[in-house]
Ligand binder design. Structure first.
Ligand code: SF4
Length: 364
């Protein structure tokens, strides 16, 4: 079947025939993980997970950048935003993520100048509009949005702005998958990799991982038929005992990715170790500004005096993000923790697994 429009990736009859194909290919119980919050939300929104064969277990991974941002970085952003005269900008979801003692939304309500922006470049415009104030952009994302952050720094440099800096919480997906696979508690046998990350970086970077751990990794899109086709590829590979990378999302992803975006990334950022919420410090999993651009690094311009970094004791985000527990199995889900009163980031973010279950599954 040739599909050209988004609607065609949602057709009920096609959904049923792919569900039938998955059931026919399933030779034994299998566990798959999707590593993208957007995919998690599609599963829940369209109820696809409930239609899959019982022998197929789908778990949700650390695919939401807001959710994996460690609490110490949230605390750092809070400390920066509390400085008199300073303007801190970030994406809307970041305002409600709880830090150890506070969140940016509450800080804003108490008078701090915290702004929501829709693109990192909006923060550069704010710096141009307020030349007498320090403007910090709290940047969060995977490889998908990292090139836009690189352009932000380049644009600030071109504009000669000395009042702009970036607090980077940018992270890379393959080291997180490697960590999950190396964990003795891991039960995931195959992965659906996020199509948009691969649209930027290509999928060659997943090939050594698939070979080393002998797992199928399927680059997958975001519509219902994309996801079912991705699952079908993974199930077929597992049934045949094959590992390696397959590309379901060929309409957007090439093996080599987007070289121009990768070049911008490399020019501005270097790889560093980075703590992830729930996963600990992952080697070579974060992006920080290169030495040449360090003058734009908010972490250096506004160092954090006394890190505290304490997660809420009731929040099991670490287990949710490692696929060891589904959100409704967290005792706080829908009770102490709701989108209005979140205890952890996965209940806040528009890509968070806890938020997806809360929104699309009734809480009883
Ligand atoms: S439901 Fe709330 S408390 Fe439980 S893991 Fe999710 S965010 Fe944390």
């Amino acid at each position: 079947m040739i599909v050209r429009y988004v609607d065609e990736y949602r057709q009920g009859e096609q959904v049923q025939s792919w569900l039938d194909a998955i059931a026919a290919a399933l030779t034994r119980p299998m566990t798959l993980m999707e590593v993208c919050g957007g995919q998690t939300h599609t599963f829940l929104r369209f109820g696809l997970d409930a239609l899959l064969p019982e022998a197929l277990t789908l778990v949700h991974g650390p695919g939401c950048p807001v959710c994996v941002t460690p609490i110490e970085l949230i605390d750092h952003a809070l400390a920066i935003a509390a400085q008199p005269g300073l303007l801190l900008a970030s994406f809307g979801d970041m305002l409600r993520v709880p830090g150890t003692r506070d969140d940016l939304r509450s800080l804003k309500a108490r008078g701090a100048d915290v702004r929501i922006v829709y693109s990192p470049l909006d923060a550069v415009r704010l710096a141009q509009q307020h030349p007498d104030r320090q403007v910090v952009f709290f940047g969060v994302g995977f490889e998908t949005t990292a090139p836009a952050h690189a352009l932000t720094v380049l644009q600030a440099h071109q504009a000669g702005l000395s009042n702009f800096s970036l607090l980077s919480a940018l992270v890379l997906v393959p080291p997180a998958i490697a960590t999950l696979l190396a964990d003795p508690a891991n039960r995931v046998e195959a992965f659906l990799a996020a199509g948009h990350v691969c649209a930027v970086m290509g999928y060659g970077q997943y090939e050594p991982l698939a070979a080393r751990y002998r797992v199928p990794i399927v680059v997958t899109g975001f519509e219902p038929l994309d996801l079912l086709q991705g699952i079908h590829c993974a199930v077929r590979a597992l049934a045949a005992g094959h590992s390696g990378v397959e590309n379901q999302y060929r309409r957007a992803v090439q093996r080599e990715g987007n070289p121009a975006a990768q070049q911008a990334l490399k020019r501005v950022f270097e790889v560093c170790d980075r703590p992830w919420r729930g996963l600990g410090v992952l080697p070579a999993s974060g992006l920080r500004l290169r030495e040449a651009w360090r003058t734009y690094d908010a972490a250096e311009r506004f160092p954090l005096a006394e890190p505290i970094a304490r997660e809420h004791p009731e929040c099991l985000a670490g287990e949710v993000l490692r696929g060891l527990r589904k959100p409704p199995a967290c005792p706080a889900f829908g009770a102490a923790c709701t989108p209005e009163h979140p205890l952890g980031a996965p209940m806040v973010s528009s890509e968070g697994a806890c938020a997806a279950y809360y929104r699309y599954r009734s809480v009883t």
